[in-house]
Design a protein around this ligand. Structure first.
Ligand SMILES: O=C(O)c1ccccc1NCC(=O)[C@H](O)[C@H](O)COP(=O)(O)O
Length: 205
């Protein structure tokens, strides 16, 4: 994982080799492949493996899951070769313990208030909207929002136009985006991917 002081940027829901190449060239730190069923971004293990193989070692590849049995998560992560596992369900700490493996980064996505990254054994915390991948923002800008301690990513309704302000307001360690870099639902825009990474890096956070 990047140790640079620039915000960590994850681009999620990629489905084509071209989009993966664009995100890597733009300077993304992580790339997400959605294995949760029922999304316009869902990919199978075979395609994810091909896409992940294009990604250099310094960029984290992440499989995104929601409410799937631990055996299925492990099988898809191993078959695709992703190095990170992001969980959006209501899994407890024991689930993270079961998925812990050498070299694997665990990401816990939640819409709940959380005091610190690591409470469930995760390496990275992702504060997201209640409906992940919907492009809907939540109240991270409100006065009563308290940022968690440790490494956490902000997600939910981020775009090239609001990501810099979001980073400055919340002090998030990084950001995650899917809908805000799409030209249609599930269809990424190379121009928006580049603009998002550029805006995050220029935020001054
Ligand atoms: O992208 C999906 O459709 C999806 C489905 C089920 C669980 C998670 C999903 N996506 C997660 C993400 O893409 C990001 O972590 C984040 O929620 C992005 O949100 P947004 O930029 O608002 O689309």
């Amino acid at each position: 994982m990047s140790e640079s002081s620039a915000p960590f940027v994850k681009i999620c829901g990629l489905k084509t080799g071209h989009d993966v190449d664009v995100a890597v060239e733009a300077g993304a730190d992580a790339i997400g492949f959605v294995f949760a069923p029922g999304s316009p971004r869902t990919v199978g293990a075979g395609l994810a493996r091909e896409l992940a193989a294009r990604v250099p070692d310094g960029v984290l590849t992440v499989g995104v899951f929601r409410g799937q049995p631990v055996e299925e998560v492990r099988r898809l992560a191993e078959a695709s070769g992703v190095r990170g596992v992001q969980l959006h369900g209501d899994e407890g700490p024991e689930y993270y313990e079961e998925l812990r493996a050498p070299g694997r980064t665990l990401l816990r996505a939640t819409a709940e208030h959380v005091k610190a990254c690591g409470e469930y054994g995760e390496d990275l915390l992702l504060l997201d909207a209640p409906d992940p991948g919907s492009g809907k923002p939540w109240n991270w800008g409100s006065a009563d929002f308290a940022a968690p301690e440790g490494r956490w990513l902000l997600a939910g309704g981020l775009t090239p136009a609001n990501v810099a302000e979001a980073l400055r307001t919340t002090g998030a360690w990084g950001v995650d985006v899917s809908s805000g870099v799409e030209e249609g639902r599930g269809v990424k825009s190379p121009a928006l991917i580049r603009a998002f990474v550029r805006a995050a890096h220029a935020s001054g956070r």
